[in-house]
Structure formats: C-alpha cells, structure tokens
Design a protein around this ligand. Structure first.
Ligand code: SF4
Length: 461
C-alpha cells in the first residue's frame, strides 16, 4: 500500500467516540522525559476510550505505539534498535499496527520512514488527539504520516490512563522560548504556550474527585508560565500564584513541578513553595555547567554566581529542600579548567541527585555545528567518571543525613525486582523502600533506617 501524507486537518476531530476496538490490546513504549510519559498516558487513555486494554506482552499487542525522544543520540539509537526488533514481530504478525509518535517523529518524520518503512503511522507531538483517526486510517487505507506544526489540543484535555491512581501529571505549558544551543526541544515542541489557570484548576478539581492527591505541574520552563497569556484587563497569571491556587484546593496533598529555569526562578516562587503546605520541598534545578564560558556558549542566560545565589536563596527560603540537577559533560570546547569549575560547583552545592549526560550533538541544534571543538571521547569519559564520584558522595551524604528522620511516604506499589518490598515516595521526592505489601496510593509514616546512593530504606511507625 502507498503511504498517505496528510496536510494538517482543518477541523480538529472529536477526541471522544464510541469504542470500536473492544477486545484488542495495545502496548506503549516511551523514551525520554516526563513530558513524553505524560503524552503516553494520554495516548493510553485514548486507546482505552476506544475499548482496548493495555498489555506489556508484545506477542499479544494489536497496536504498538512508540513515543520517541530525540534529545540525545542514545535515544535515537535505541529507537531504531527497537523498530528493528518490531519488524521481526510484524513479519510474523502483519496485522499488528505500529505507530511512532513523539519528538523524533516530529523532527525526523522522513528519516523514520526511510529507516523503518514497516511503520504504519508516523505522527508528531502536536496532534496526539488524532491518534485514533490515524490508527483507523492505517488499518483501512495503509501507512500514513501526519506531523503538524501547531498544537491541536493540550494533552491534558484528552482522556488519560494514569500509571499511579493517586498521582497525575498536569500540563501547564508546552514548548519553550529559550534557545539553549544543545537542545532540540524548541524546534520539536514549538514556542511556549501556557494553559489558562481556570482550565488547570478545573482539571485539578476533577482529579481530586477521582482520588488523585499528588500533582506534578509540567512545563519546559515553568517559571515563565503565563507570560504569553492575554491580560483580560487583569494581572497576567504567574507561576507563584498558580502554585498557591492549586495548593488551596481541598484534597490536594502534594504538588511538584518540573522544570524551573535558574535564570527565571525568583523569590516569589520560592516563597510560594515555602508558604503553600501542599508544595513538596523538592526542586529540580538544572545547572548544565559550572563554567561561565560554557554557560554563555550554551545560551543558558545565567552565570555560575547567579546559579549559586538562587540555589542559596531557595535553600534559605524552603526548609528541608531536596535539590536535583542536570549536568552535561564534554560540551564542545569544554576545557579542563571549565570542567574543574563544574566539579567545584557540584561539590559545593551538595545536590541530592544529578542526571549527568555526555554531550551528544543533535542535528538541528547550534552546538551540533561546533564540530571542530568536540571534546575527545577518552577525555569526556574520564571527566564523567570524576563527576559521578563527586556526585555519588554528595547523594550518599544527603541521604545519610535523613537516617532517623520520620517521613510521610505514599506507596507506588511493589518493587518489580523484589516483590516483598514496596517502593514509596517521600514528600522530598526520594524513593523509600518499605518491607511488606503496600498498595499504590497507601500513605504512611516511616522512620528512615537505611541510606543508599539512590534510595532510602524505612520502617513503618
Ligand atoms: S530551557 Fe533550554 S534546555 Fe530547557 S527546553 Fe528550553 S531550550 Fe531546552
């Protein structure tokens, strides 16, 4: 069958319709960030609204949806590896419909088709609401590619299948107005669009009625939330107000958010965090580099001194704050001195945890063109190892400082590796392992008795 390339739909179709695939099963595989996980929950919700049930068994799946990421080269490699494996399964079961969505599909639609012509649907990040229509098309008329440049529907307005019954993602903003030179997000997710506060608060109220107590507000740069919204004769909504408004809703027990930007994170947000009981003492504060020269070339908009000041302000304002960060090792042109400055800042900041990445050039980003300045692999590896050692020491020390403390935890269900242990999450975002069977959503108080690099161990009190 020939592939159909559709233009952007003129009218957005209704997201709800009578279920037409009762008895069929779907499997979703998600690569990348929390935004993608949130999108996958919406795709799962749409599939369920059409009568299908979720499976983790590839052999049973009638529909497979791969939600792709393109932020790092590794994610691309894993995607094409996965698509290769799926071809073998599709050869045996040609009735299976294979759909590829997400950032890699948005950016490299033709390349996905070229590398994996057996894919039935290639769709982008802006038209999740069309997933069932595109599935219909593929089943009845053959392969289709539909990638549009403008957002058709806020993901949060679509049906959802949540992984945890007590916890929900809430999109407050999509896209990004920054231009970090290593980042592909602005070109695949577009400019910032904020959701109106009334819509967000309505969704939170509905979810509370549904039993949800924990909310993670999602945006690429939540601190600039509301800047694009029309004034309507009033003050523009700001993120600090939104935190207070969500926190004032009866039944909201925990609020988290990701991600703030060190350049835009101000005292009003820190105060709102400290003064709103439901907001958890947890901050993801992406550093990327401790060298001013590298930060400038990354277009991050802050210096190491400004980062230090804002981190200190956050810690002074918010009691018991747990801080995580992102760091890129081997940005083009990073010298030994630049890296030492990163190491010094990381050692001084004592982050609770860090996501450390090796720079990988993403076609379409400015940094991908700094070819003559790429850092030697062996040098990067050595730096990466040193950074991990410093961070591991800090993570362990921060966790050990909690031994003996009492923490409120909510269970996320039994551990997949050890069924006799439940994985729970404390207010500060840390994972706490607790013996016994504790269904997802169960709240308890525990005393911390063990601290590892990446998790704590607690006993019920
Ligand atoms: S702030 Fe920078 S790193 Fe974050 S999404 Fe925007 S461009 Fe990417």
């Amino acid at each position: 069958m020939t592939e159909t390339l559709l233009p952007a739909p003129k009218r957005r179709p209704r997201p709800y319709r009578a279920p037409s695939r009762v008895g069929k099963e779907f499997l979703i595989r998600t690569f990348g960030c929390q935004m993608n996980e949130h999108d996958s929950e919406r795709v799962a919700g749409l599939f369920e609204s059409d009568g299908m049930t979720m499976t983790t068994d590839l052999g049973r799946a009638d529909v497979v949806y791969i939600n792709t990421c393109t932020i790092r080269e590794n994610a691309d490699n894993r995607l094409y590896g996965t698509l290769g494996q799926l071809k073998a399964i599709k050869d045996v079961n040609p009735e299976m419909t294979l759909m590829v969505g997400g950032c890699a599909a948005q950016k490299d639609r033709d390349y996905v088709r070229e590398r994996a012509p057996w894919v039935d649907v290639v769709m982008g990040t802006h038209n999740l609401d069309r997933v069932l229509d595109l599935l219909d098309h593929a089943e009845h008329w053959g392969p289709i590619t539909e990638v549009v440049d403008e957002l058709q529907a806020m993901p949060s307005s679509l049906p959802v299948k949540r992984e945890l019954p007590h916890s929900a993602w809430i999109t407050i903003q999509v896209g990004c107005n920054n231009s970090c030179t290593f980042c592909i997000v602005p070109s695949v997710r577009g400019p910032e669009i904020s959701r109106r506060p009334g819509d967000i608060l309505d969704e939170v109220r509905r979810l509370v009625d549904d039993g949800v107590v924990e909310f993670t507000l999602l945006g690429q740069n939540v601190d600039t939330y509301g800047r694009d919204l029309a004034l309507d004769g009033k003050r523009r909504p700001i993120f600090a107000d939104l935190l207070r408004q969500v926190g004032a809703i009866d039944g909201v027990e925990r609020i988290r958010f990701t991600s703030p930007h060190p350049n835009d994170f101000r005292e009003d947000v820190a105060l709102a965090m400290a003064e709103t009981e439901a907001v958890c003492p947890q901050l993801h504060f992406p550093l990327q580099s401790g060298s001013d020269r590298v930060l400038r070339r990354m277009h991050r908009g802050y210096t190491a001194a400004k980062y230090r000041d804002r981190l200190a302000m956050a810690r002074e304002t918010i009691p018991d704050l747990a801080v995580s960060t992102d760091i890129i090792v081997g940005f083009p042109g990073e010298t030994d001195d630049d890296f030492d400055e990163t190491l010094e800042l990381v050692s001084e900041a004592q982050f609770d945890s860090a996501f450390t990445f090796i720079f990988s050039p993403r076609p379409g980003t400015a940094a991908a063109d700094y070819v003559g300045e790429f850092v030697d692999d062996a040098v990067i590896k050595e730096r990466f190892g040193r950074l991990q050692q410093v961070q591991d020491r800090a993570s362990l020390a921060r966790n050990q400082a909690l031994i003996g403390s009492v923490q409120e935890v909510i269970s996320e269900g039994q551990s997949r590796k050890n069924f006799s242990i439940a994985t729970t999450r404390a207010r500060n975002g840390k994972l706490v392992h607790v013996h016994g069977h504790h269904p997802a959503g169960e709240k308890s108080m525990v005393r911390i008795e063990f601290a590892g690099h990446h998790h704590l161990g607690g006993v019920l009190i």
